[in-house]
Ligand binder design. Structure first.
Ligand SMILES: *[C@@H]1O[C@H](CO)[C@@H](O)[C@H](O)[C@H]1NC(C)=O
Ligand SMILES: *[C@@H]1O[C@H](CO)[C@@H](O)[C@H](O)[C@H]1NC(C)=O
Ligand SMILES: *[C@@H]1O[C@H](CO)[C@@H](O)[C@H](O)[C@H]1NC(C)=O
Length: 435
């Protein structure tokens, strides 16, 4: 047995008292904040608190009113408020705005003579697309030169007629599949299945030189340009003016093209194994005009290195990157009498948008956390997706490669849509073939 001495007892008591003191100090520092203190009550708390005194309620309402008024007077906040109202309205109406559209009418006995001039009846009978706009769209001035397009089709070809207003017509690239976009040029971008994969790009300059390629995916999705893909396009350019002649002011150039459908459908998967579009078939598409800054030196044109290139497009992607197929316009093929129909909307539109918006939300979540999630509540999804009014269901599955999103449309027997980590978007069977 060990008997304790009185001195060791005193030391023990002192240590115990010190510990108690330190404990009290720490306890005081970590004391919980008084939750009911008026200073810390949230606005929501004021309104929801049914037990609150009458004065409190009045104060809350007054505060809300002042606050709402102040918020509406603040230009930045009021812009956000309007955007929230628009989002809320979409959740209620399920009305997602369409981009620019163009109905392509099938030829009905009219002939197209590929000479670059758009003077045939086949062209005169149909309207133009809307004029091109700055690639960044909203808030930017309209391009100073006109660009617009017409389209027709038959059982084998898509015909494209282009008008390009231009006082200085020049072109330098003369090799097929060369860097045609480095000249003033016109570019066609088409995604036959609206699937974000295996889309086509055809570029032409005023010499009629073509570069054509298939993008496996967009560059932002780590896609690759396959330059061995050939569109087999037939094309002619008409120049109203003189090519590469700085001494004369030119008026415009026009392009006439015939692109075989067999080439456009390559890589579209078995579900689009077609030789011509079916009536009502809808493609994603955009057109881009590259306008390089040049100086006329009297005997030659030279590119300016201290000014930036202008990019004019049919449908603005809102950013200086046309390689975002989900932000292009829509083309629809129709076999009816010219001008007898408008662009036909489809209930696939809401499903497609829900898939694209969920894809974007998952990528944004990944950028911050380094992982994907199958919990919708962790994602910033627009209200129309989560309201339950516009879709029957939307679910996310995680697998070794990332994610797969499935959107079930409202209504019976409607085909589900899907998208996955590589941005491929499809309805029905997953039958994409990569080259
Ligand atoms: C169709 O509409 C366009 C205008 O959008 C017009 O220029 C054209 O003449 C019309 N065609 C026919 C056949 O009515
Ligand atoms: C596509 O259709 C053609 C005939 O219409 C057929 O011979 C070919 O096997 C089909 N290809 C695929 C991948 O289904
Ligand atoms: C086209 O090429 C010629 C010869 O190389 C050059 O002098 C001219 O500046 C080029 N034009 C433009 C607009 O770059």
């Amino acid at each position: 047995m060990v008997s304790k001495s009185p001195s060791s007892l005193v030391v023990t008591v002192i240590i115990a008292l010190l510990s108690l003191g330190v404990g009290l100090v720490i306890g005081y520092l970590l004391r919980p904040f008084p939750e009911n203190s008026k200073e810390h009550k949230s606005l929501e708390g004021w309104i929801n608190d049914a037990e609150g005194a009458g004065d409190d309620k009045l104060a809350a309402l007054e505060m809300l009113r002042d606050c709402g008024q102040l918020a509406r007077e603040d230009p930045v906040i009021s812009k956000h408020l309007i955007e929230s109202d628009v989002e809320a309205c979409r959740a209620l109406t399920c009305d997602i705005p369409y981009p620019r559209t163009y109905v392509i009418y099938k030829l009905r006995g009219e002939a197209i003579d590929l000479d670059g001039k758009l003077d045939e009846k086949a062209w005169k009978n149909v309207g133009w697309t809307d004029s091109f706009v700055d690639i960044q769209g909203r808030g930017l001035p309209s391009p100073r030169l006109e660009t617009k397009v017409k389209m027709r089709y038959d059982d084998s070809f898509l015909f494209i007629g282009v008008f390009i207003e231009e006082p200085d017509i020049w072109a330098n690239v003369s090799l097929h599949d060369g860097t045609v976009y480095q000249d003033n040029s016109f570019q066609i971008l088409m995604d036959t299945r609206q699937s974000n994969v295996n889309y086509k790009e055809i570029t032409i300059n005023a010499k009629g030189i073509i570069s054509d390629l298939m993008m496996t995916k967009a560059y932002v999705d780590s896609g690759e340009p396959l330059t061995f893909w050939e569109s087999d396009v037939m094309s002619e350019v008409h120049i109203q003016g003189t090519l590469n002649n700085p001494k004369k002011q030119d008026e415009y150039w026009t392009i006439e093209m015939a692109i075989p459908f067999t080439a456009m459908y390559q890589g579209s998967g078995a579900s689009l194994n077609r030789s011509a579009p079916e009536p009502g078939e809808t493609w994603r598409a955009n057109f881009l005009r590259a306008q390089w800054p040049i100086r006329n030196f009297g005997t030659y044109y030279e590119k300016l290195t201290d000014a930036s290139t202008e990019w004019w497009v049919w449908q603005s992607p809102e950013v200086i990157n046309v390689h975002l197929p989900e932000r292009w316009g829509l083309l629809q093929f129709q076999d009816t009498a010219i001008n007898s129909t408008r662009f036909q909307t489809s209930d696939r539109w809401i499903t497609t948008n829900a898939l694209l918006d969920t894809f974007a939300a998952l990528k944004a979540f990944h950028a911050v956390t380094g992982r994907y999630t199958d919990k919708k509540e962790l994602l910033h999804l627009p209200p129309y997706i989560v309201s339950g009014k516009c879709l029957a269901d939307l679910s996310i599955e995680l697998d070794w490669s990332g994610f797969k999103v499935t959107a079930k449309p409202l209504g019976k027997n409607k085909e589900e849509g899907h998208t996955r980590t590589d941005h491929f978007l499809w309805f029905g069977k997953e039958d994409m073939q990569y080259f």
